[in-house]
Design a protein around this ligand. Structure first.
Ligand code: SF4
Length: 109
C-alpha cells in the first residue's frame, strides 16, 4: 500500500462523522491552535519544502491529524495553502485523489 493509500484509508472511520463535529475537535484539540492563541501564527508560506518542514514540526504531536485532514478534504478538497493534517498542499492533493475514489465507493482495499 502506498503512502497515499495508507493515509486515505486511515480516514475511513471518520466518513460518517458530521462536519461540525470534526471541526469542533480540530479547533479544540489541534496542536497548532495553541500556537495561534499564543499570538504566534505559524508562518505557512505555500512553499512546498518549508511547509513540509513546518508540518513535521508543528503537527508531529497533534492528536487530531486525521480529523484535520478529513475536514480539509471536505471543505476544499486538499486545495488550501499551508499545512493541514500534517501534510503540505502537494502531499494533500495526492492523498485527496485517493480519498475521493474511496468515498465514491471505489477502492476499499
Ligand atoms: S494536524 Fe497540524 S494543522 Fe491540523 S490541527 Fe493538528 S497541528 Fe493543526
Amino acid at each position: 500500500m502506498t503512502f497515499e493509500e495508507q493515509t486515505a484509508a486511515a480516514l475511513d472511520p471518520l466518513a460518517q462523522v458530521p462536519d461540525e463535529v470534526l471541526w469542533d475537535v480540530v479547533t479544540r484539540d489541534g496542536a497548532c491552535m495553541s500556537v495561534y492563541t499564543d499570538g504566534q501564527a505559524p508562518d505557512f508560506t505555500g512553499d512546498v519544502l518549508s511547509d513540509r518542514e513546518l508540518a513535521a514540526r508543528i503537527c508531529a504531536g497533534c492528536l487530531v491529524r486525521n480529523e484535520c485532514l478529513e475536514s480539509e478534504f471536505r471543505l476544499v478538497g486538499g486545495a488550501s495553502l499551508g499545512v493541514w493534517g500534517a501534510l503540505n498542499v502537494e502531499d494533500r492533493q495526492a492523498v485527496y485523489a485517493v480519498w475521493l475514489v474511496r468515498r465514491l465507493g471505489g477502492d476499499q482495499g
